[in-house]
Write a protein that binds this ligand. Structure first.
Ligand code: SF4
Length: 371
């Protein structure tokens, strides 16, 4: 992947054995968990040091050395650093909720979320390689109460087997790839044995935060249970490294379509140039930009939320200026499911015509048959 435009080279840091650095278990064991450990990679600001001290018991502060090595040392506004290092502003968000999508109310059995008749999100794991400050599942990730015991995983799988409408299962969490290959295979084997389950999807941020987890062995394992789809979660072009691109390439070569879901984050990716660069580089990596979520009304995240009108304008600005399939759908997730937040390109019937707005702003009248 060296030399792909928009993809960053990232040398192994000095003093670390390359075999250790590229081992996912080494990365997990050597995660940054304190301001002192963070100081190896960046110069923490007084605000970051204070927030790590006071806020990490509300929501975990853990970062992989790999992701920490991508952050800018002397810039607290670094778009990667802002995603994972606590800031005191998190304490002042009176409107934020713990569970804005009412996932707990939509749960027929522990850690299964059913909003649609034919699809479920199955939170198989509450652990992640790092914890994102804007995480929708802050209430549960990293929290022992939500850990799935094998018996509980079995109960959820039994519920899926007894619910014939379920056609599409999203394994999520936390991060399903935080599991060992053996545990993951146990789940996949049980799911594949259920005749009405067509599609198995995995939602994982590990290609972004710990790409060495995506080993050849893992890809071979996933390919045994096709059709398997993966959606990952890049938010910023600075996350697109050679290691991340190689991880996506390994998944693709195993026949696994890879999509990307981002969150629109104020001051991080809510400007047209950053979003365009992110999406165009993902397409070069053969990763399809799929959704961009409006940041939820989630506790401690007011500083991340962009006005929805600005988001609509941003994606309107991409139309006509890049390939159509490089433009993700901007959506608001609600307790009733996802709602597209599109600019109204289709203006409606006017007499015998249907009026549409082109990306240039010109109006076009298309003769339109009556029903
Ligand atoms: S990787 Fe995903 S589930 Fe884990 S903390 Fe980040 S957003 Fe939440």
């Amino acid at each position: 992947m060296n030399g792909m435009r928009g993809v960053r080279a990232h040398p192994v840091p000095e003093g670390i054995d390359p075999d250790d650095w590229t081992s996912w278990s080494w990365q997990m064991q050597n995660r940054v968990r304190s301001a002192d450990e963070l100081a190896r990679w960046v110069d923490p600001s007084p605000d970051e040091i204070a927030a790590i001290e006071t806020l990490s018991d509300r929501f975990h502060f853990v970062i992989t050395p790999y992701y920490a090595s991508l952050m800018r040392r002397d810039d607290p506004e670094c778009p990667l650093r802002r995603q994972v290092v606590p800031r005191s502003v998190e304490a002042g968000d009176p409107a934020g909720l713990a569970d804005p999508l009412e996932e707990v109310l939509h749960s027929p059995v522990k850690n299964v979320i059913r909003v649609y008749p034919d699809r479920i999100a199955f939170c198989v794991n509450n652990e992640c390689a790092l914890y994102c400050r804007f995480c929708l599942r802050k209430r549960m990730v990293g929290d022992l109460e939500w850990t799935m015991k094998k018996r509980e995983l079995g109960e959820a799988l039994d519920w899926i087997a007894a619910t014939p409408e379920i056609r599409d299962v999203l394994l999520t969490g936390g991060d399903p790839l935080s599991y060992s290959d053996a545990r993951l295979e146990w789940i996949l084997e049980r799911l594949r044995a259920i005749p009405h389950v067509d599609i198995i999807r995995l939602g994982t941020r590990l290609p972004v935060t710990l790409p060495y987890r995506v080993t050849d062995e893992l890809c071979e394992l996933l390919a045994r249970y096709h059709p398997v789809w993966v959606n990952t979660h890049f938010n910023h072009p600075a996350e697109l490294t050679t290691a991340a691109a190689e991880a996506c390439d390994r998944l693709l070569r195993a026949g696994i379509p890879v999509g990307n879901q981002s969150v629109l984050l104020r001051g991080i990716n809510d400007d047209p140039e950053t979003m365009k660069e992110l999406c165009e580089t993902l397409v070069r990596m053969r990763v399809r930009p799929y959704y961009v979520y409006q940041a939820q009304l989630l506790e401690g995240t007011a500083h991340f939320r962009t006005p929805i009108e600005d988001g609509i304008e941003l994606f309107r600005g991409l139309r006509g200026r890049t390939s159509g399939f490089a433009i993700p759908q901007y959506v608001l997730d609600t307790p009733f499911g996802k709602v597209p937040l599109d600019h109204p390109w289709a203006q409606g019937r006017d007499g015998e015509d249907f009026v549409v707005e082109a990306w240039t702003g010109d109006l076009w009248r298309e003769p339109n048959p009556r029903r």
